[in-house]
Write a protein that binds this ligand. Structure first.
Ligand code: NAD
Length: 495
């Protein structure tokens, strides 16, 4: 089927998915899912609220308690998760097109990155779960202490719109693999693929009630989930502002475990002895413009050593035309639409603030393709930025690169760490001592050396400081969705 034929045949179902069935919100209320590609209405989505969350949580609790999933042998859950991953790939074109229409990213990346990463994540945790052993503690011989993992129970998941399938899979895959039941609240800006994922999980053999999806707005559906007295754990990805509220809601309700993956303003430091300047430029530009700049780990603060600033900027500007926004449904588009008009206005507002505060606009700075009715912003580069400017301090979440200058390693680290965030950072240098010293000094969950693109499901992802609490991905993520139990068994030695 061609993309055009698939496009014509796509039918969206925006109803919630609770206890294995598509249901409307109890109030009957809906909201429009509007495509940022061209403003078309894709479908109407159930506007879930507290009553719907209550039903979803009750379904998840019943499923957990009767052990229809939690009681299965890990090897059996593995087989189901593997089938789920296979189904995500089998429906990859449909899911990719849905993601593009729903949130604007180029369809080539939705397919090659988002679908593949989500499927890989589901498969990886499925495959891991029957290889994790408990422990026996080295106690005295008068007792045996077994240390085992148990699923926490009902896991609430709240995710943003920038990588809807990937962000959801980073949480639901380890949670489901460990035997939990899940209630997922996708972003109101991109709810459609999450709903399809739940259907495909059930088709793969995840029992009804184990994976529920309640679309809706943050205050109406997200807050009741985070505050729910019968949710054991809340796993959140989104802004630092809302993440702080999630911890408060968790603490003020039942002290549920709260894990948060939040914002970033990641510094990317290029020293004059950078071993491959062309690669550093291509990576710096490509990483900030990928996904329209809507990436939590985007290296949005570029720190360039003063002596190479001019040559660096000249090379960077030469690459900008490659990222001109275009229709994301076209196969060769590299920069698509921002998620909606609100986000576009926010990004354009930051650009105006950058200009007003004295940063030098070198490229872009304007809305693009306004005639389409979609939400497009030109790839934008500011030079002459200082770390006290708003565009250096706040997360813009759009295609805007702020370039700062530094003189030596000490100043670079001082500027890099002068932020409330600590998600990721980059260092480019040929000197192994500079690389190690700077990497150690950077307060960030991930530091990239002489690249900014490596990623793998095997490594933890998360941040220091106000970039959140806990880590997604890798075996470490399983800790978030399991309790550790110690069982002491007395031994009266007969020998
Ligand atoms: P957001 O915080 O506005 O919303 C995230 C989710 O929280 C959405 O589903 C939203 O409906 C929900 N929500 C909003 N208010 C709520 C409330 N009061 N109670 C409960 N839920 C509520 O963030 P966003 O704009 O959707 O996403 C962008 C943010 O996500 C950026 O800050 C980005 O850095 C961050 N992010 C972080 C990571 C990471 O791994 N660290 C990954 C992706 C995105």
């Amino acid at each position: 089927m061609t993309t055009e034929q698939l496009l014509q045949s796509l039918r969206f179902d925006g109803r919630a998915f609770i206890n294995g069935q598509r249901v409307t919100a109890k109030t009957g209320q809906v909201f429009d899912s509007i495509s940022p590609v061209d403003g078309r209405i894709l479908t109407q989505v159930s506007r879930c609220a507290e009553a719907d969350v209550d039903v979803a949580v009750a379904s998840a609790r019943a499923a957990f308690d009767d052990k229809r999933w939690s009681g299965l042998a890990p090897a059996v859950r593995k087989r189901v998760m593997t089938r789920f991953a296979d189904l995500l790939l089998a429906h990859g074109d449909e899911l990719a097109l849905t993601e593009t229409l729903d949130m604007g990213k180029p369809v080539q990346y939705a397919r090659a990155v988002d679908v593949n990463a989500a499927a890989n994540c589901v498969r990886w945790y499925g495959e891991a779960i029957d290889k994790l052993y408990g422990e026996i503690a080295p106690t005295a011989s008068t007792a045996l202490a077994l240390i085992t993992r148990e699923p926490v129970g009902v896991v609430g998941v709240i995710v943003p719109w920038n990588y809807p399938m990937i962000m959801a899979s980073w949480k639901i895959a380890p949670a489901l693999a460990a035997g939990n039941s899940v209630v997922l609240k996708p972003s109101e800006k991109s709810p459609l693929t999450a709903l399809r994922m739940a259907e495909l999980a059930m088709e793969a053999g995840v029992p009804a009630g184990v994976f529920n999806v309640v679309p809706g707005f943050g205050a109406e559906a997200g807050a009741p989930l985070a505050s729910h007295m019968d949710v054991d754990c809340i796993a959140f990805t989104g802004s630092t502002h809302v993440g702080k509220q999630i911890h408060v809601m968790a603490g003020q309700s039942n002290l549920k475990r709260a894990w948060t993956e939040l914002g970033g303003k990641s510094p990317n430091i290029v020293f004059a002895d950078c071993p491959d300047l062309d690669r550093a430029v291509a990576s710096a530009v490509g990483s900030i413009f990928f996904n329209q700049g809507e990436s939590c780990n985007a290296p949005s603060r570029l720190l360039v050593q003063g002596s190479i600033m001019d040559v660096f900027l000249e090379k960077a500007l030469a690459l900008v035309p490659h990222y001109a926004p275009a229709n994301p449904l076209l196969q060769d588009t590299v920069m698509g639409a921002l998620v909606d008009h609100t986000q576009m206005a926010t990004v354009l507002g930051y650009i105006n603030t950058g200009k007003a505060q004295g940063a030098k606009l070198l490229a872009g700075g304007e809305q693009a393709l306004s005639e389409t009715g979609g939400c497009y912003v030109q790839p934008t580069i500011f030079a002459g930025v200082t770390n006290d400017m708003t565009i250096a301090r706040e997360e813009i979440f759009g295609p805007v690169l702020s370039v700062l200058s530094f003189e030596d390693a000490a100043q670079a680290v001082q500027i890099a760490n002068q932020t409330v965030y600590g998600l990721q950072a980059g260092v480019w240098t040929a000197d192994i001592n500079t690389a190690h010293s700077v990497a150690r000094a950077l307060r960030a969950g991930t530091v990239h050396v002489n690249q900014y693109d490596e990623d793998d499901i095997t490594v933890p992802f998360g941040g220091y400081k106000q970039s959140g609490v806990g880590r997604d991905k890798s075996l470490h993520a399983i800790d978030k969705y399991t309790e550790t139990k110690t069982t002491w068994i007395r031994i009266d030695n007969v020998l």
